[in-house]
Write a protein that binds this ligand. Sequence first.
Ligand code: R5P
Length: 311
Amino acid sequence: MKIIAGNSNLPLAEAISAEMGLSPAKSTIRRFSDMEIFVEIQENVRGEDVFVIQSTSYPANDNLMELLVVIDALRRGSARRITAVLPYFGYARQDRKPAPRTPISAKLVANMITAAGADRVLTLDLHAGQIQGFFDIPLDNLYAAPVFTRDIKARLHGENNITVVSPDVGGVVRARAVAKRLDADLAIIDKRRERAGVSEVMNIIGDVENRRCILIDDIVDSGGTLCNAAVALKEAGALEVYAYITHGVLSGGAVARITASPLQMLVVTDSIQATEAVKKAHNIEQLTIAQLMAEAIQRISNETSVSSLFD
Ligand code: R5P
C-alpha cells in the first residue's frame, strides 16, 4: 500500500501516514512557469493499492487539478487500485439546480475524478449524502461525529443541560446523530427571509433557554450562518454557544466575524489546513481526523468493513 500526499494539506497527509506507520511515497508535484502542474511519482507503484490524500479546498481549482494529474500519473504507472481520499470534497454545495441554466458542479467533479482513473473515493461528512450517487465507483463517506462527541464530553464534562442545534433545516440529520450519541436534546433553527431586502428571521424550534447549545454543521465558510445562529441562540436565552463544524473553509472575513461573535468556541477538524489567522483566533480550535482517516484507509486496504467504524 502507498500513500501519496497532495499539496493541499501536507500536515494531515503526514499525520495519517504516521498513524499507519508509513511515510508518504516520494513524489514531485511542481509547477511549470505558466502554473501548469507537473507530477512525477518517484517510487514504483505497479500493482500497488494507492491512496491519494488531497482536500479540494482553497485554492479549490488548483487542488482539484493537482488531484486529477496525480491520479493520471498513478494510472499510467500501473497502480492496481487508486483511492482518491478527499478529507474535504469541494464543489459539493452545487449539488442540484437551484435555478434554470445553473451547473451541478458536484456531479461534474465526480465525473472528472472518475475519468482521471480513480477506482474509489474516501471522504468525510459529504455536504449531501446523495452526492455518493454522483459516482459510479464505490465511495466511503466518514463522519466526524465520533471525534466531536468525544471532545464535547471532555469539554462539557458533567453538564446535562446540553441542546444540540442544527443551524438550518438541511442539517437536522447530522445534528440528530450527534444529539443521539450525547443523549442530548435537539433544536433546529429555521432561517427565513420574509421579503427580499428584509433581514432574516431566525425561528428556533426547541428549547434553548438556560441551555448550553452546540451547533453542528458540515461547513463554515463565510461564518454568516454560524454567527447569526449564535446571536439568535443567545437572544433566546442560551447560556453558552459552542459549534462543532467538520470543514473550516473560513474564507474572506470569517475569522474576524467569528472572533467578534458570542461563540464560546468553534471546533473544526483538520480536513482543511488551518491558516495563521485560524491558529491565532481565541475561539477557534482544530481537532484531528488523522486517526479516523488512517483507520478507514487501513480497512479499505484490508477489505474489511468501514461502516462498522461508526457502530
Ligand atoms: C449549508 O447548507 C451548509 O451546511 C453551511 O451551513 C454553509 O455552507 C455555511 O456557509 P457560511 O459559513 O458561508 O454561512
